[in-house]
Write a protein that binds this ligand. Structure first.
Ligand SMILES: [Cu+2]
Length: 149
């Protein structure tokens, strides 16, 4: 109980600090898929909006529960969907958005310890080509949240 309370307090501080913000970039609907206990990687999804007049790339992500994070896409190869790492990251067009979602581009939590469990909130720092980082809360769920209208 004590450990849990301390974690919540730490997260509250982190959210209140507002230290990490990338100018003109907004993140919405961030979530990560709950993992079976034996899995060694989990997917993270988020919609990123670029309100600036220049394209910005998402180039990396950071979380202290994982070995490291990767940026992936899914491609069809010989009729089989495969995950492929995107070494240059993902471009968010000027005044546009990019949607990281199941079956497409996504973040990968590599070897999280412990695995991602429903109900948790993970703090992830997204790193952009501008050199800025933005802290985003990823809620762990079994399946995609309902689309917002
Ligand atoms: Cu992946």
């Amino acid at each position: 109980m004590r450990v849990k309370a301390t974690l919540s307090f730490g997260l509250g501080l982190w959210m209140a600090s507002g230290l990490a913000a990338a100018e003109g970039i907004r993140a919405e609907g961030a979530w990560a898929r709950a993992m079976p206990p034996t899995a060694d990687a989990g997917g993270g999804f988020v919609t990123l909006y670029n309100d600036t007049d220049a394209p910005v790339r998402l180039i990396n992500a950071h979380n202290d529960r994982v070995d490291h994070m990767e940026i992936h896409t899914m491609t069809m190869e010989d009729g089989v969907m495969k995950m492929r790492r995107l070494p240059d990251g993902i471009e968010i067009p000027a005044q546009g958005k990019v949607e990281l979602k199941p079956g497409g581009e996504h973040l990968m939590f590599i070897k999280p310890n412990p695995v991602l469990t429903v109900g948790e909130t993970l703090k992830v720092e997204l790193e952009f080509s501008t050199g800025e980082r933005q802290a985003v809360s990823f809620e762990v769920k079994e399946r995609p949240p309902m689309a917002a209208h």
